[in-house]
Write a protein that binds this ligand. Structure first.
Ligand SMILES: NC(=O)c1ccc[n+]([C@@H]2O[C@H](COP(=O)([O-])OP(=O)(O)OC[C@H]3O[C@@H](n4cnc5c(N)ncnc54)[C@H](OP(=O)(O)O)[C@@H]3O)[C@@H](O)[C@H]2O)c1
Length: 316
């Protein structure tokens, strides 16, 4: 099978041929019809999990994917041949990922069935970004009418987070370059802030001098001062959720701000719920581009720049 692999940490992604893997006991072999890029994919390739988990090289890149169950191992009883499934396929200890024509996953893993009317491309785009968005907005504990800033709103996580926050009745402030602002307002953002024009914190302060209730920060990293500037916007009792572990939880607590460094971790039940929302049109996913597997290495290089207008989907 064709697959995009790395042969070591930090190595260039490479399109190569690998044997189609055999499902072991309670494993499912999925013929992937779509896979989706996430920043985590290249972060793992660069060694984000080095030291924490064993890695088996060549390591197939990628986590998220959707496809059809082609073979099942002994003892599988949750899935059958021909089931359409989606979820997370990354297993670095076994060298497994989703940028490939086939992927193996444990039937107890993070996979779920796809509702009939949900395209593979949309299903593949859901797991990491939308599960993270869902969990981040849950962690923000928004009440009706509260104001939340989504910093990094134009990407995969941000676009879903806007929708979940708006659904909770919050007033959503979303950062966006001008070309994507209308799209984010259509998804439920009440105000958009052009992060390319002026610092986001200054813009929020000007529009909401009384303070806001929550910040979902998808952009700041440990060591930069982005999160602290955004935390200064919060009222006492406010909540700051960081997806890049940039929240200094103790320092925030001293100011009566609840900080959360989120590590998302989805489940079959959550995946079923997300797919159901997407199939019902209640969660809208922007597939920004669809590319062949051979173009995945170039797409990974582009993704490193941090620019996106939704999800990049690979068609293996
Ligand atoms: N902890 C976890 O469990 C977890 C899970 C998922 C994701 N994450 C992290 O969360 C972050 C977001 O993920 P994603 O999948 O949404 O990424 P993404 O799809 O690449 O989106 C990033 C978005 O941020 C925008 N952006 C870039 N610079 C910005 C700035 N200075 N201010 C405001 N927006 C800016 C980009 O817009 P332009 O294209 O206009 O530049 C792009 O739309 C990543 O760092 C990812 O690693 C963590």
């Amino acid at each position: 099978m064709k697959a995009v692999v790395i042969t070591d940490f930090g190595a260039e992604p490479l399109l190569t041929d690998l044997p189609v893997p055999e499902p072991g006991p309670r494993e499912v072999l999925v013929r992937l019809r779509a896979a989706a890029l996430n920043p985590f994919d290249w972060k793992v390739a660069d060694g984000a999990l080095k030291g924490a988990v064993e890695h088996d090289f060549p390591l197939v890149m990628g986590s998220d994917g959707a496809g059809v169950v082609e073979r099942v191992g002994a003892g599988v009883n949750l899935f059958r041949l021909g089931d359409t499934v989606y979820g997370q396929f990354m297993n670095v200890a076994r060298g497994r990922g989703s940028y490939a024509e086939y992927a193996l996953v444990s039937e107890d893993g993070k996979i779920a069935r796809i509702p009939d009317d949900l395209p593979f491309t949309v299903a593949a785009a859901l797991p990491t970004a939308s599960a993270t968005a869902y969990q981040a907005i849950e962690a923000a504990r928004l009440d009706t009418g509260q104001v939340v800033l989504v910093n990094g709103a134009s990407g995969g996580v941000g676009q879903s987070a806007i929708q979940f926050a708006a659904h909770q009745g919050a007033r959503v402030l979303a950062t966006a370059a001008p070309d994507v602002a209308a799209r984010l307002r259509d998804l439920g953002a009440h105000e958009t802030l052009d992060f390319t024009a002026a610092p986001v914190a200054e813009q929020v302060l000007a529009a909401h001098p009384e303070g806001i209730d929550a910040v979902l920060d998808l952009i700041s990293h440990p060591g930069d001062d982005g999160t602290a500037a955004l935390a200064a916007l919060l009222k006492p009792g406010g909540r700051l959720i960081s997806t890049n572990h940039a929240a200094d939880v103790e320092a925030l607590a001293a100011r009566e701000i609840h900080g959360v460094n989120l590590s998302s971790n989805t489940s079959r039940a959550e995946l079923e719920a997300l797919a159901g929302l997407a199939a019902a049109g209640k969660l809208r996913i922007t597939v920004d581009s669809e590319i062949p597997l051979a173009d995945a290495p170039a797409a990974v290089a582009r993704a490193r720049s941090g620019h996106s207008r939704g999800k990049t989907v690979i068609l293996p």
